[in-house]
Every structure is written in structure tokens, then in C-alpha cells.
Design a protein around this ligand. Sequence first.
Ligand code: NAP
Length: 346
Amino acid sequence: MNKLHVSIVGGSGYTGSELLRLLVNHPHIEIDQITSRQDDGKNVTEIFPFLPKKITNKFIHPDNATFDQSELIFFATPNGIAMNFAEKLISKGKKIIDLAADFRIKNIQLWEQWYGMKHACPKLVEMAVYGLSELNKNEIKNAKIIANPGCYPTAIQLALYPLINKKIINEQTIIIDAKSGISGAGKKIDDNLLMAEAYDNFNAYSVQGHRHEPEIEENLKEITKRKNIKALFIPHLLPMVRGIYATIYVDLIEDLGETELDLIFSTTYDQSIFVDYMGINKIPKTKMVRGSNQCKISIFKRDKKLIVLSTIDNLVKGAAGQAIQNMNIMFDYQEDAGLNLLPLAP
Ligand SMILES: NC(=O)c1ccc[n+]([C@@H]2O[C@H](COP(=O)([O-])OP(=O)(O)OC[C@H]3O[C@@H](n4cnc5c(N)ncnc54)[C@H](OP(=O)(O)O)[C@@H]3O)[C@@H](O)[C@H]2O)c1
């Protein structure tokens, strides 16, 4: 079988290096070009000694990358980069998976408001598919551009979907209390991310509003065809490297029993390789998914409130792992090719 040639723009950051870690063991992939401006010309294994020596690529400046050999280009770049490359690449028949937010929100005005920049290719946003693998599989198969979901939105939407789809909760009173490890912010210099600040510390941020709120609402509306979803989302920074943990509070419309609720979640995800519904009254932990493409979900019923717990590894199911899962679906590979990873324990 011919290998699929792929390139990575932004290969020197956290999600870029995670793509490399996972793609190295993918049976159907050849990696062509890997970009970095800061590490231009350096051996990739010099910057990432954890990678095997068989990776002989050197980083290349994105301005010099041609992507000629590649059928698919991953963008592991900040917001507002992929949209500047997209038209040219699509016109050459290439496919794109953007790990940033350029194609995640269809409402361009809303996107420009939250991201503070003018969108470079609104027409391409229309044709992009939101890559929440479990819930959008048919659309992903035929996509030319995948908007890979944010890490928080992945854990949160997988947790909320069964309830909204079955129309059993008040869709206006959803409260999401979510936490992320520090690698979620990327490999950048920022006072708040210094060890002396972040270690042994804990805080909420973006309490007045976060970009993932419109992403969660718009895409859940699209996937469930419900119109009035309102989710109050408050993120927090955890003093650990990897992990997303969402504790979600919803109001049940009817007083459904635990057995019925249990059945709704178990039947929604019984065919899913990567979403593990653990059952009722179970506690997922970040270490149960660390390093893997798994999402672990459980539920607790307290009177007419339901609490849904959901955890993923932000760099795997929340970014690079889901991007590879989407690639597998697009190119008709086994969905877990290259992703057969057990979490690191302990
Ligand atoms: N970290 C996560 O857990 C996570 C999860 C889901 C989604 N995401 C999203 O994924 C994207 C990448 O995140 P990350 O955490 O990997 O960020 P990162 O660690 O900061 O890496 C960013 C990468 O982009 C490159 N880059 C920066 N500016 C560029 C430009 N103008 N043109 C071309 N390349 C540029 C950087 O290399 P050079 O500066 O050397 O070129 C670096 O390789 C972001 O949009 C982020 O929101 C991240």
C-alpha cells in the first residue's frame, strides 16, 4: 500500500511534537516537511531527542515549504495562520487539518469578534467540517478541510451530546467547570506559565467569557439540530502538564432514573473506540487517559441535577490524536491506526 505523504506546519510546538510522536508509528504515513521559523535548518531529532533516529527531517521555514509531495497538511499553529495558506493548498487539491480555530466557527462575524482579526477565507469556512470524530464521522469522510476541535470543547461536547440529543435537559442552564494542564497553553514564554507561578497554584481564567463557549454552543447546535443551547463555561489552570477535566452540571427536565440515564450514555458510545463511558457513580481521573486518545465519561444523579464528568489528554484526544483519528477517517484507514496507545500508569 502506498504511504500517505503529510506535512506539519508548526512542528516545533507542543501539538506539533505530539503529532510527530504519534505519526512516527503510524503504518500508512510518510512525513515530508515540518516547519519552524525558530528552528529552521535544525534536525528535528536535535530539538526532540525523544523521537527515533529514523526521523531524518530538518525543520524548514514555512515560507520555503512547498508541500509538493504532501496530500495532507496539518497546521499545529496559532490561530490565524492556516487561513492564509488554505486557498492555495485547496486549489492544488491538498487537504488540511487545522488544529487551531480558523475553521471552527461558521458565523464569521462571531469568529472575528472572538479572535480579534479579519478572516482571510470565509468561503472555505463554509466547506470546512468540524472534526469531532465520534459525532461527525460521515462529514469527516468527505472533508477537504477539517476544523479540529479545541481541547476543552472535545471533552465537553462528548459529555453533553447524549443528553442534548435525547432532549432530556434544560439546554439553557448548562454549567461547565473545566480545568486544563499547562501544555494546553502551548510552548510559549508567559509569566503565568512559569514553574514558580503555575506550580503549587490554581486559578480560574477568562471568567467573563472564553472563545470556546461560542465553539461549544455553535457546534452542539449543528450536531444535535437544537436551537437554544446556552453553556456557561469557566476554565481553570491546573498545576500539571497534561489533562482536561470537565465537571458539568445540568438540570433534567424529567426525573429520569439512573438506569435510563446510564442506558442513554452507554448506547451512544457503545460502538466508539475512544469514548469510554465508565457508567454511573464512577470517577474518571486524568491519569486514566494520559498519553492516550481516550475520553472517559461518567455521570452522577443528585435529585433533578445530573453531573457529567469528562476527561481527556489535551494533546492527544484534545489535539494531535483527534487530528490523526480524523485523518484515518478521511483516508479510510482503520480509525485507531497509529492511535493504539494505552494511558501511562501510574
Ligand atoms: N496545546 C494544546 O493542548 C492544544 C489543544 C487543542 C488545540 N490547540 C491549538 O493548536 C494550535 C497549536 O498549539 P500548540 O500548543 O502546539 O502551540 P505552540 O506550542 O505555541 O506551537 C506553535 C507552533 O506554531 C509555529 N508558529 C508560530 N507562529 C507561526 C507563524 N506565524 N507561522 C508559522 N508557524 C508559526 C511555532 O513555531 P515557530 O515559531 O518556530 O515557527 C510552533 O511550532 C493552537 O492554535 C492551539 O490553540 C492546542
